[in-house]
Design a protein around this ligand. Structure first.
Ligand code: PEP
Length: 251
C-alpha cells in the first residue's frame, strides 16, 4: 500500500511575513491525522530555518526545490544537500521543468543531483514531463521515459526504493490547464511499467505524483486514479485554504 504525498512547491514566492502566516495556517489546518497523505512544503532556501521552526512537532514535512550535485567548495550561489539536511529537509525536488528549461539542466545533471540527494540520505522527487510541442508530435512517452531512463542508467533501479517521481506535463504547469485524469493516469501507468520491467516490487511501491495546475476542484479525481499517488502543487500551495483542501482530497 503506497501512502500518498501532497507536496507544495512555493517556487520563488513569498516574504518572511507571508511565509510565517502560511506555515502557521497549514499547521493549524492540517493537524495530526486530518490528511491521509504525507504533506510536505518546499519553500525557498532562505525560509527553510523558519519552516523548520514553525513545522516542528507537526505532521508536515520539509522539502527543498533544488540542490547542487556537489558537496562543497568554490561553487558560488549553490546550496549543497548537506546544508539542506541541517534544517531537517527530507525531500529535494530535482529536474523541475523550470530548472530544465530556464537553467539548462540536462538529464545527466539531474541524475547527478538525484544521486547527491540520496548520498546524504534524503529522498529525491524527480520531475519528468513533456512540452506541448512534444505531446503534439506524439513524443510525450518517449520524452518522459528518457528522463526516467537517465536516472535508471545512472543510479540503477534500486535507487527508486527511496525516491518519488512527479509527472508534470510542462503545458499544465502554472497554466490552469490540467491534464485530464485519464491523460495523467495513462502516463503514470507508462512510468510504472518502465520501472516494473527492471523490478516489479520496486515499481509496486514507487510513489508517482501528478503536478500541473492541481487545485481544490480537480485534486480528488486526479488522486483517485490507480497510479496517481498524490500531487506536486505549485500556485495553489501558496493559499492555505486551497492547499489544505487539496491535502484532504486524498482518500
Ligand atoms: C509545479 O511548480 O510543480 C507546479 C505543478 O505548478 P502549478 O501547480 O502552479 O501548475
Amino acid at each position: 500500500m503506497r501512502r500518498s504525498i501532497v507536496a507544495g512547491n512555493w517556487k520563488m514566492n513569498g516574504s518572511l511575513e507571508s511565509s510565517t502566516e502560511l506555515l502557521k495556517a497549514l499547521v493549524h489546518g492540517l493537524g495530526e491525522g486530518s490528511s491521509k497523505a504525507e504533506v510536505l512544503v518546499c519553500p525557498p532556501f532562505p525560509y527553510l530555518p523558519l519552516a523548520q521552526k514553525v513545522l516542528s512537532g507537526s505532521a508536515i514535512g520539509l522539502g527543498a526545490q533544488n540542490a547542487s550535485e556537489r558537496n562543497a567548495g568554490a561553487f558560488t550561489g549553490e546550496v549543497s544537500v548537506s546544508m539542506l539536511k541541517e534544517f531537517k529537509t527530507r525531500y529535494v525536488i530535482v529536474g523541475h521543468s523550470e530548472r530544465r528549461s530556464l537553467y539548462g539542466e540536462s538529464n545527466d545533471l539531474v541524475a547527478q543531483k538525484f544521486a547527491a540527494v540520496q548520498a546524504h540520505g534524503l529522498c529525491p522527487i524527480l520531475c519528468v514531463g513533456e512540452t506541448l510541442e512534444q505531446r503534439d508530435a506524439g513524443k510525450a512517452e518517449l520524452v518522459v521515459t528518457d528522463q526516467l531512463g537517465a536516472i535508471l542508467n545512472h543510479c540503477g533501479v534500486d535507487a527508486l526504493k527511496q525516491a518519488v517521481i512527479a509527472y508534470e506535463p510542462v503545458w499544465a504547469i502554472g497554466t490552469g490547464k490540467t491534464a485530464t485524469p485519464e491523460q495523467a493516469q495513462q502516463m503514470h501507468g507508462v512510468l510504472r511499467a518502465v520501472v516494473a520491467r527492471r523490478s516489479a516490487p520496486i515499481a509496486g511501491q514507487l510513489r508517482i505524483l501528478y503536478g500541473g495546475s492541481v487545485n481544490a476542484k480537480n485534486a480528488q479525481e486526479l488522486f483517485a486514479q490507480p497510479d496517481i499517488d498524490g500531487g506536486l502543487v505549485g500556485g495553489a500551495s501558496l493559499k492555505a485554504d486551497e492547499f489544505i483542501s487539496i491535502c484532504k482530497s486524498v482518500s
